[in-house]
Design a protein around this ligand. Structure first.
Ligand code: C2E
Ligand code: CA
Ligand code: CA
Length: 633
């Protein structure tokens, strides 16, 4: 109906033009014959009415009408069309008897032409067009038919036939128009559906990642124009992965749906519509906060999100406890473009997940400095001569009872021509970010295996693998090939892996570990106690050794909790048949405490700092071992 309204409203002013110009032409002719009230005043008044309506329609072009108004105006137009038809037809018929034959001919011409013109303009308003056709033509046809003159009768019959044809054309046209409009509406509905599907996350029914970035661009445009700030946030659910791994994807999905529902409730309720929310994928959600992104506002938003997500999630008969780590970047302080904002929010998220899970971190100038340092490092690494610049340091792992060195852990070192010595804590993550880690691992492992080959049996080598080294089958195959080619006995080798490797892709990491294990390589779980410290990881992996992180040793003499943790871990290892290595032993006091707890293997500055490959053979001299044993006991 709206489509009809739009179509005919454009033609109505033209209709009034046809009507008034035809009528005034007839009026001009009849001014000589008929009384003034009929030939002048009546048509002028009717034309004035038409003029006012025409002006109204011209003005209406720029207005938006509601559905109810459209309906009302269409009804009104039909009524008015009937009334005006009646008025002008009556006028024409009243005028007719006054004229001479020429003037009478003009009336016939006037009536026929006006009706056809007006019906043509009312094509889209079927009831009005039909009414005009019938109301104007029937009296006209009857009048002339019974007037008696043969040529008038012929005209009446002619008009009857033409009217019938016009009615048919009208009916066919309006049916086609309705079909066209219906098919346009269907197309629009389909494209709206497509739009919704393309921008909606089907699981949580939140907006999806694609929508999020479109919205981010739009928000940025508005903010730039208005000179206002806003914030972009990424929410990552803490503790979701274990739920997904333990209870399966169906349960994981239910948890996500519930988390999305709570987030929607929080964001919907937060200062009306200042927060828009989307699911970015996995257990990651994004938000755009269009209020003033000051510390108070962001803290309040954080508190609301945290308290919503910290409520237990029901899983069958039990409950899961989740939290949220949130990274935020603000326009314009963090970045001035959409990509930069999202990257920086992601960087803040990465930092908060590493250091203070369950909190919100807003990207700062300090982070910008870190990113620049990362870029420098990544660039240098990409252009490095890995074989020449990478080397290894070795730190002994000691049998606490005998003081004997049972193995060396290989620790990566990078000496860059201009940057100097770069620690592995900095360049290993850089290699992971740039995708160079596989190359770095291969270079280091080749060097480590070459060193091991020169060492006396049964001395072992412990080598650190990155989570990325375990994340695809091909890398595992390449590592195996390297070991085979080196000619060393794989049974003298241990791979140290961290829980992050398992958290990323448990199945693939396990598969890789099983493959290494099958060729005789031992598997150690590194830094235990710092990450997830999940017993299910200990259980699922084919482990031989567990390394207790040095953070527990640092304060073991003064912190009862650390002492108890180390004590239970040592007991756990004994129960599970794992060798337990305590890292980071720096003082005699620590060693004494550990010994009392039943610790059998240790590593740390107390025994030795990581040493160069050349220093290893000196370290292994029997007299050197005696000196060390003497010094320690
Ligand atoms: P990690 O595997 O926990 O290695 C032990 C780190 O603790 C080494 O730092 C070592 O120098 C240090 N350390 C040993 N004893 C003591 C002690 O008594 N006190 C203190 N404060 N520190 C001690 P480093 O060499 O800087 O390595 C840092 C981390 O970099 C390693 O931690 C490991 O995660 C990673 N990394 C080192 N080499 C490699 C490698 O070849 N590949 C991979 N993927 N990662 C490596
Ligand atoms: Ca290690
Ligand atoms: Ca470690």
């Amino acid at each position: 109906m709206r489509a009809q309204f739009n179509a005919f409203s454009k033609q109505i002013p033209l209709l009034y033009f046809i009507l008034t110009s035809n009528s005034l032409a007839a009026s001009y002719t009849f001014a000589r014959f008929a009384p003034a009230w009929l030939s002048i005043y009546a048509p002028v008044m009717l034309s004035a009415l038409c003029f006012l309506r025409a002006v109204w329609w011209l003005r209406a072009r720029s207005r938006q009408f509601s559905d109810a108004e459209v309906l009302r105006h269409m009804r009104m137009t039909t009524v008015l069309a009937a009334a005006l038809t009646l008025a002008f037809t009556t006028w024409g018929l009243l005028l007719y008897p006054y004229g001479d034959p020429y003037a009478q001919g003009q009336v016939v011409f006037y009536m026929a032409l006006t009706v056809i013109g007006c019906v043509f303009c009312l094509m889209h308003l079927r009831p009005a067009a039909l009414l005009v056709t019938l109301m104007a033509n029937i009296p006209f046809i009857l009048y002339f038919f019974f007037e008696g003159h043969a040529s008038l009768r012929a005209m009446a019959v002619n008009l009857l036939l033409v009217s019938a044809a016009m009615v048919m054309i009208l009916l066919v046209y309006s049916r086609d128009f309705e079909r066209l409009v219906a098919s346009q509406a269907e197309t629009r509905r389909l494209s709206e559906d497509n739009f919704r599907i393309a921008n909606c996350d089907s699981l949580t029914e939140l907006a999806n990642r694609r929508w999020f970035f479109t919205e981010l661009d739009a928000t940025l445009g508005v903010a730039k124009a208005d000179g206002k700030g806003f914030a972009v946030g990424i929410i990552d659910l803490d503790g979701f992965k274990p739920v997904n791994d333990t209870y399966g994807h169906a349960t994981g999905d239910r948890v996500l749906v519930e988390a999305a529902r709570r987030l929607r409730a929080v964001c919907g309720g937060h200062a009306s519509d200042q927060v828009t929310l989307a699911r970015l994928g996995g257990d990651e959600f994004g938000f755009i906060y269009t209020g003033n992104p000051n510390a108070t506002a962001l803290d309040a938003l954080n508190a609301a999100i945290q308290s919503a997500l910290r409520q237990p999630f029901a899983i069958g008969a039990s409950h899961a406890l989740l939290g949220a780590s949130i990274g935020v970047a603000c326009y314009p302080s963090s970045s001035r473009d959409a990509e930069g904002l999202f990257e920086r929010a992601d960087y803040a998220l990465y930092q908060v997940k590493r250091r203070q899970r369950g909190q919100m971190l807003v990207f700062s100038a300090e982070h910008e400095g870190e990113i620049n340092a990362h870029r420098t490092l990544e660039h240098a690494l990409q252009n490095a001569d890995l074989d020449a610049e990478l080397s290894l340091a070795f730190q002994p792992i000691i049998d606490v009872a005998s003081g004997e060195t049972t193995a060396f852990e290989a620790l990566a070192r990078w000496t860059h021509p201009t940057l100097g010595a770069v620690g592995p804590d900095a360049f290993i993550p850089a290699a992971e970010r740039t995708g160079m880690i596989r190359q770095v691992t291969k270079t280091l492992l080749t060097k480590a295996l070459a060193a091991l080959k020169t060492w006396p049996e049964p001395l072992r080598l412990s080598f650190n693998l990155s989570a990325h080294d375990l994340s695809d089958a091909e890398t595992a195959v390449q590592i195996i090939a390297l070991i085979n080619r080196s000619g060393v006995n794989p049974r003298r080798l241990d791979f140290e892996i961290t829980e992050t490797a398992i958290a990323n892709d448990a199945r693939q990491a396990r598969a890789a570990a099983v493959t290494f294990k099958a060729m005789g390589v031992g598997i150690s779980l590194d830094d235990f106690g710092t990450g997830y410290s999940s017993l299910s990881h200990v259980h699922k992996l084919p482990l031989d050794k567990l390394k207790i992180d040095r953070s527990f040793v640092t304060d073991i003499e003064h912190n009862g909790a650390s002492l108890k943790i180390v004590k239970s871990l040592i007991a756990l290892c004994a129960d599970m048949g794992l060798t337990c290595i305590v890292e980071g032993v720096e003082t005699e006091g620590q060693l004494r405490t550990l010994r009392a707890l039943g610790c059998r293997a240790a590593q740390g500055y107390y025994y030795a700092r990581p040493m160069s490959g050349d220093a290893v053979s000196a370290w292994l001299q029997p007299d050197a071992a005696d000196n060390r044993a003497g010094a320690r006991i």
